[in-house]
Design a protein around this ligand. Structure first.
Ligand code: ATP
Ligand code: SF4
Ligand code: MG
Length: 506
């Protein structure tokens, strides 16, 4: 579903050009969890941000490569957004084409941005400090997932006897706090607005039968209300996404004549429907009335998602500002935000590093649990191999801007191929053994190279205990080794000393 091919992302700094991703290649299959590991500074976050199209320009730009996602090259159409020119004295300078950049960002947000969500290392970096968190997630749904919200509204079922039993219990419970909790549960379950339900309860002198009748009528009314508008809003969203997707296929060079035909048809239909939509929305009172069910439904979806990430008081958290929440809570909200959009691919960039150990464990349990429940593919970035072992199906190991090894998790741990992977594993394996507490923590000797001037040949050669003459001058390619594994090391190339170990039947 995702195939990153030859991705090169670079930063122009006063010291020179840093190529933080230098020919990165990997694939993620539908429903798969791929771990991306490597020491600090090897380009993991840069790779993730490139997929999301969130590299800050300047100083950064994606220089080349392709990122195929569900039949579209996400980088197609972005080629001329930032080009490098030689300035005075031959110094490279980044020139940005603002209109091209804006167009591409809009395309990304409208089409693929909705299908890929990201959880960042630092939750505060993606939450707006001046808005309540629930509202922020609801906004995303209203503007980016309108089809989903309209579908939910249009598919709403008539109120059931079970719902009404819950209502009765909520009204008659002796404990006030419990009453309130049951009532919010009822409103969520039956998709009715809290204020209206409260108004029915507050009317004095009503018998229970009369209350139930009013609830039934309220439900029926809100179910059939403004269905024409919901269908229009939904259709606009579908048409726009179809138009943009087909257009992007054209840009990606994979369009058929069918794509061309459907693109033009969708574009024309979108334009004609949009006239009515804009007209209706330009009248403030209509705007308010018609958008209200959509806003309420988005709110319900957010509350559901907050519950899903095990936030015990979703209503309270909904109205809180990011700074009022603990780090663990902020990260849960971020996860809820990523999940609310029902993404096909979720990227988690070290979601636990900024948290204390207990909270880290809780968030990991949550991610593990969600992994079972949602069917998205996940790219999980971490430098913790223990986490990878527990969570992932496959692993890609990154070193100095390149993928050096890729393998199914079990195989990688049982039998690492690349000397760098071997080094990484040694440093955790010995943690399990009985080691005297004053023994130094084993790490890979040497330091991560400066990407400004990476070592020649194999970038790992200054730290590699197996390095030989060829490693210093030539760069190993990432080659298949059978069993779904790939490695970039001369030891495994034809004639390499370890190649025989990997050949079939050996
Ligand atoms: N905005 C930027 N400007 C200049 N250089 C940058 C920028 N962002 C990243 N880099 C460079 O890209 C390289 C890779 O950074 P990246 O953040 O991807 O590392 P990482 O693997 O995610 O590390 P960590 O595990 O510490 O998060 C770094 O060497 C850094 O210097
Ligand atoms: S190519 Fe050479 S230096 Fe690089 S990892 Fe393999 S043996 Fe070590
Ligand atoms: Mg990072």
């Amino acid at each position: 579903m995702l195939s990153v091919q030859g991705l090169q992302t670079e930063f122009l700094t006063p010291r020179g050009v840093i190529r933080a991703a230098d020919g990165v290649d990997f694939d993620i299959q539908e429903g798969e969890v791929l771990g991306l590991v490597g020491e600090s500074g090897c380009g993991k976050s840069v790779t993730a941000l490139s997929i999301m199209y969130l590299i800050p320009t300047p100083p950064g730009r994606i220089a080349s490569g392709a990122i195929w996602f569900r039949g579209i090259n996400l980088l197609a159409g972005s080629e001329n957004e930032a080009t490098v020119h030689r300035g005075l004295g031959g110094k490279p300078k980044l020139v940005r084409n603002d209109s091209a950049l804006r167009r591409h960002r809009a395309r990304m947000a409208k089409v693929r941005g909705r299908e890929v969500s990201m959880i960042f290392q630092e939750p505060m970096s993606s939450l707006n400090p001046v808005l309540p968190v629930g509202y922020q997630i609801a906004e995303v749904l209203i503007y980016q997932r309108r089809k989903m919200i309209c579908d939910r509204l249009l598919a709403r079922k008539a109120i059931t006897d079970e719902d009404l039993e819950l209502f009765k219990e909520a009204v008659t419970h002796p404990d006030a706090a419990q009453r309130e909790r049951l009532l919010t549960d009822f409103c969520l379950q039956s998709a009715l607005p809290v204020e209206k339900v409260a108004a029915i309860i507050d009317r004095s002198g009503l018998q229970m039968e009369e209350r139930l009748a009013r609830i039934r009528r309220l439900s029926e009314r809100s179910r059939t209300r403004y269905a024409w508008f919901l269908r229009l809003a939904r259709e606009l969203d579908v048409l726009e996404s179809e138009w943009m997707t087909r257009e992007w296929r054209v840009l990606s060079g994979v369009a058929s004549s069918e794509d061309d035909r459907r693109r033009l048809a969708a574009q024309a239909q979108f334009r004609s429907r949009q006239v009515l939509f804009k007209l209706v929305m330009s009248i403030p009172v209509l705007h308010r009335i018609l958008m209200r069910p959509i806003e309420e439904e988005a709110r319900r979806r957010v509350l559901e998602q907050l519950k899903n990430v095990r936030i015990s008081e979703p209503h309270k958290v909904y109205n809180e500002y990011p700074h009022e929440l603990s780090g663990g809570m902020q990260q849960r909200v971020m996860i809820a935000m990523a999940l609310a959009c029902d993404p096909a691919l979720m990227i988690a960039d070290e979601p636990t590093t900024s948290l204390d150990v207990t909270t880290q464990a809780q968030i990991l349990t949550l991610v593990r649990d969600l992994r079972e429940r949602i069917h998205s593919s996940i790219l999980y970035i971490t430098h913790d191999l223990a986490v990878i072992a527990e969570l992932c199906d496959r692993v890609a190991v990154m070193y100095a801007g390149k993928i050096v090894e890729e393998a199914p998790v079990g195989d990688l741990f049982a039998h690492p191929l690349h000397p760098y992977t071997e080094g990484l594993l040694e440093s955790i394996v010995s943690l399990d053994k009985e080691v005297p507490s004053d023994a130094p923590l084993p790490t890979i000797a040497g330091t991560v190279p400066d990407l400004l001037s990476p070592p020649s040949g194999c970038r790992f050669h200054p730290r590699c205990k197996y390095a030989f003459a060829r490693c210093k001058t030539e760069e190993p390619r990432l080659l298949p080794q059978g069993d779904g594994r790939r490695v970039a090391c001369f030891l495994y190339e034809e004639g390499g000393s370890r190649a025989a170990e990997r050949s079939p039947g050996a």
